[in-house]
Design a protein around this ligand. Structure first.
Ligand code: PMP
Length: 407
């Protein structure tokens, strides 16, 4: 007896039609192959986690107020953590930030989702950098955004182009990763930061500053965040949303992020968060609060900065030495990534996707750059993370990349 398959009762929402799972995920499936040197991830190095510090903070959280640490909590966040985060931001030059000016989010990823949920209606225009963080592209598309890209150079987003695009499109918001961008590695210059804030005020445009990497500088601190600079540009604080995260500096598994935004937006975001996860894990928040209160962060930052700086330098030198003029890049000053462009010099491969396949066969992985463009992908680009690989393996990985490039 033949059986006719019943129609599935699972009928997806229209909004999903706009979004695909990323091509990068397919590549990640290959990373389990033994012996692969991976420059593909966006993770911090697990070997650098301050396990002892977090253990002490966990015990302190349970000792201090176990009832609160294990109970439901306020959607806005656990007050002792909001206080610590306001103090952390103050230590980075953000003036007059009170704990109630921020909400705690489940990673900064949730802040991005709340921004999409509260601000983006289908068809709304949103300007993002080309290239930008892949999960932001997908998240904003899920809410129906029409994404417009502003080009990025060695000084971050091209602000002349941004001025033209804002005038032409009147976007709902502009999303930038001004410091050690993912994937671009680029940092917006001080002069451009001022111009972005002035543009925001002049055109009454909301600017989202996503800043998970600003603390991971190598030699010199980057220019102050847009949020820190906002007190120099009258009216700009009201045009700014700032997303922060402990993921890259402490632990992504804690899922602690935060969002500073104008009060009306913070209130709507809090309402939406309530429907989504009620609140970020109180236990994780209490632990993070104890960690920050114990004053451990400066030493942790200093330690990881030094290690990432040496790895970045090893990668930059190896790329120059081994790949020469077949590759072009601006050495990063912080963060986790080298963003590079294949020039095709000497007949070498100049397609990041093709190279990624060949590279995997030779035991090295990276992410091709094309998926990081919301529009007009530059297929010659690639993102290389040096974060989780020691210097010898970085040199070995770049050798393998060189052989893939010339294959
Ligand atoms: N923004 C950017 C630019 C990122 O690179 C990441 C993590 N890769 C996030 C946001 C999300 O980080 P988290 O949710 O862990 O804070």
């Amino acid at each position: 007896m033949s059986q006719v398959a019943a129609p599935s009762p699972v009928r997806f929402a229209d909004r999903l039609a706009n979004v695909e799972t990323s091509a990068i995920r397919e590549l990640f499936k290959l990373l389990g192959k033994p012996g692969i040197i991976s420059f593909a991830g966006g993770f911090p190095d697990a070997a650098l986690f301050d396990v002892e510090g977090i253990r002490e903070a966990t015990l302190a959280a349970l000792a201090a107020n176990p009832g609160a640490a294990l109970q439901y909590g306020a959607t806005e966040g656990f007050d002792p953590l909001r206080e610590q985060l306001a103090a952390f931001m103050a230590s980075k030059g953000v003036a007059e930030l009170s704990p109630t000016d921020l909400i705690v989010t489940t990673g900064s990823q949730q802040a991005l989702d709340l921004i999409g949920k509260t601000l983006i209606s289908p068809g709304d225009k949103v300007i993002v950098e080309g290239p930008t963080f892949l999960a932001t592209i997908q998240c904003f598309k899920l809410y129906g955004a029409e994404l417009i890209t502003v080009p990025v150079d060695g000084q971050g987003a091209d602000v002349d182009a941004l001025e033209r695009l804002v005038a032409e499109h009147r976007p709902k918001l502009v999303y930038l990763i001004p410091t050690f961008g993912n994937p671009s590695g680029a940092t917006l210059s001080l002069e451009r930061r001022r111009r972005v804030l002035e543009l925001a005020v002049r055109t009454n445009t909301l600017v989202v500053e996503d800043d998970p990497y600003g603390d991971l500088y190598f030699d010199q601190p980057p220019p102050p965040s847009l949020l820190a600079l906002s007190d120099q540009v009258p009216g700009s604080r009201a045009c700014l949303v700032h997303c922060g995260s402990l993921s890259k500096v402490l632990s992504p598994g804690l899922r602690i992020g935060w969002m500073v935004a104008p009060p009306a937006l913070l209130a709507k975001a809090t309402m939406c968060k309530q429907f989504s996860d009620a609140h970020t894990s109180t236990f994780a928040q209490a632990t993070a609060a104890q960690y920050l209160a114990a004053g451990r962060m400066p030493a942790t930052l200093q330690r990881v900065r030094g290690i990432y700086a040496r790895r970045a330098q090893a990668m930059v030198q190896a790329l120059r030495h081994t790949l020469g003029d077949a590759i072009d890049f601006v050495p990063p000053q912080g963060g986790l990534f080298v963003w590079a462009r294949l020039t095709g010099a000497g007949g070498a491969c100049h397609d990041g996707g093709v190279l990624a396949q060949r590279a995997i066969e030779r035991g090295v992985a990276f992410v091709p750059g094309a998926p990081f463009f919301a529009r007009d992908p530059d297929r010659a680009t690639l993102r290389l993370s040096f974060a989780t690989v020691d210097e010898d393996r970085i040199r070995e990985g770049v050798q393998r990349l060189g052989s893939a490039l010339r294959a």
